[in-house]
Design a protein around this ligand. Structure first.
Ligand code: NAP
Length: 522
């Protein structure tokens, strides 16, 4: 329930847009640095970002909670298992906010519409859908790259007569049950359809298969499904952890590739070509093991074959689940494989594929999210009235994916040209630390603004291009959000692929040479 409130026209030192882990980590670091005049602005009704919105049954995180959940020691919390479910993660986000007093500094149910630099006063002006015009000395964007639910533009989508929703807006009023895993009792007599078989669908299909009268799964591209090797946290072991354990564990984890099967012999020396071949062979071995697993679990041969991914490993996000494949052995669950075509027509009764109609009582879209191509959803106008989208017209230009020249006192988190790491919160925490350190530097030196130099930006764009040149083979992959649905063309528009340790070192190095990389005004 959104309550009426009067528009705000006040000023804060730091405005943080987005109250997910990016915003919370940065907010916490700022409070630690003594900068507590800050405001987190979010369209959601609570903190938590992606974990606020995604409450579909079975939602959980594929990254080990001991490293994924930020600030475990600071909040005095311990994950219940190696991999934890969405409600526990949302609870953890709330705990960070409680520990650092961020609930009191959050402006919720408020969508930011524009962020404009006012040169005369050296302040950002943030306008929202609630009529606010909040002024801020510094602004940090933690809006998340996959944030806007995507419905496919399938002809007839609006004609479907039954209830329908996107997985990130799950309607338990329709299904019954709860995000904590209570059975969805209202589905037992219903014919339910789900479009999409990505990471979200893989997690909610087992619960839907268990509870629905009939479940039709409409697949365009199968995901690769590996084992989820999970266990509960042993409290005796946890009690023996020494202070500093989480930072040590994270540091160790970010030097380890996520899948040991794909680790190449580290001590062996390869030429570039040999390394590429060795990686390709490791990819093929991995995918053959994924195929074998399907054959061992799925009883119906046609279904088993349709579930086998045909593309190279990492073309699509790898998935991990122990109940997804067995769900296809249930008599009430049917896979409708569209052979890569996808559903192209929806009628009043349900999806239609190759002339056959699939009548449904409920249709669920697990069709993912719009990809944020420029690092932030907000309309951003910098020095000289320049729109950030116009600046990026010929390609994204940043220093470290965080600073962009001509947009002083502005910081971007979780966007492109930063390092990608399977543990996304490593990147967000490192960026939060960096942003807090930059703001602290400006304040302690009595400066008014910080901006990166054009030369520093040029250097970083070249770094991004060089490292993407070595590893970017996404153009050969099936379309998806990893390669901008196959439309990917500019090499600088993507993640920095030099590896997280190198990215992390670059953040520190940039701060050591503040006067070379940045300009300051008094
Ligand atoms: P997604 O990976 O983009 O998957 C969307 C699915 O919808 C794909 O299977 C896509 O097929 C399908 N689709 C789209 N249009 C279609 C059509 N017309 N007919 C049939 N199928 C259609 O989205 P997501 O599953 O929500 O995941 C988004 C990201 O969130 C993940 O990749 C991950 O980074 C994160 N996430 C993580 C977890 C986790 O930690 N386990 C869980 C959920 C989400 P194509 O593959 O052919 O495009």
């Amino acid at each position: 329930r959104v309550l009426f409130r009067s528009p705000r026209h006040d000023e804060v030192t730091v405005a943080i847009i987005g109250a997910g882990f990016a915003g919370l980590c940065t907010g916490a670091k700022l409070v630690e640095a003594g900068i507590d005049d800050l405001l987190l602005i979010d369209g959601a009704g609570d903190v938590g970002g992606v974990w606020y919105w995604n409450r579909y049954p079975g939602a959980m995180c594929d990254t080990a909670a001991m490293i994924y959940l930020p600030m475990l020691e600071e909040t005095g919390r311990m994950p219940s298992a190696k991999y934890v479910h969405a409600p526990e993660i949302h609870e953890h986000a709330r705990a960070i906010a409680t520990t650092y007093g961020l609930h009191e500094r959050a402006l919720l149910s408020t969508e930011v519409e524009s962020v404009t630099w006012d040169e005369a006063s050296a302040r950002w002006v943030i306008r929202t859908d609630r009529g606010d015009a909040i002024r801020a000395r510094f602004v940090a964007m933690g809006t998340g790259p996959l944030h806007r639910p995507k419905l496919p533009s399938i002809p007839g989508i609006e004609t479907f007569a039954g209830p329908a929703f996107h997985t990130s807006r799950w309607d338990y009023g329709v299904t019954g049950g709860t995000p904590d895993g209570e059975p969805m009792t209202r589905l037992s007599a219903l014919r339910v359809g789900i479009i999409g078989t990505g990471a979200t669908a893989v997690q909610c299909i087992p619960a839907l298969g268990r509870d629905a009268g009939v479940l039709e799964v409409f697949q365009r591209t199968p995901s690769s499904i590996d084992v989820r090797d999970d266990w509960e946290t042993d409290p005796e072991w946890a009690a023996k952890l020494q202070p500093g354990w989480q930072a040590a564990r994270r540091a160790k984890a970010f030097t380890e590739p996520p899948l040991p099967t794909l680790q190449l012999q580290r001590r062996q020396t390869f030429t570039a070509e040999e390394k590429l071949r060795a990686q390709e062979n490791a990819n093929i071995d991995y995918m053959m093991r994924i195929h074998k697993r399907i054959d061992e679990i799925v009883e119906d041969r046609t279904t088993a074959d349709a579930l086998k991914p045909w593309y190279m490993f990492m073309c699509k996000r790898p998935c991990f689940h122990n109940d997804y494949l067995p769900t296809y052995n249930r008599p009430n669950v049917h896979l409708v494989d569209t052979h890569g075509k996808g559903i192209l027509e929806i009628g009043e009764n349900g999806p239609i594929f190759e002339g056959k109609e699939y009548p449904l009582d409920l249709l669920i879209y697990a069709t993912g999210f719009e990809v944020q191509k420029t690092g932030t959803w907000n309309r951003i106008t910098g020095e000289g009235g320049r729109d950030l989208q116009d600046k990026y017209a010929d390609g994204i230009r940043t220093l470290l994916g965080i600073h962009t020249h001509g947009y002083p006192n502005m910081f971007i988190m979780g966007g492109y040209q930063a390092s990608f790491n399977f543990n996304l919160t490593d990147v967000l925490q490192a960026q939060g630390d960096h942003i807090a350190a930059c703001i602290d530097h400006v304040r302690t030196n009595g400066y008014a603004t910080i901006d990166c130099t054009e030369a520093a930006e040029d250097w970083w764009v070249e770094e991004v291009i060089e490292h993407r040149g070595k590893t970017n083979r996404n153009a050969e992959c099936t379309p998806g959000y990893y390669n901008f649905e196959g439309e990917f063309n500019r090499r600088q528009d993507g993640n920095y692929n030099g590896g997280f340790p190198k990215y992390y070192a670059n953040l520190g190095a940039a701060r050591e040479k503040m006067t070379e990389n940045f300009t300051f005004t008094k």
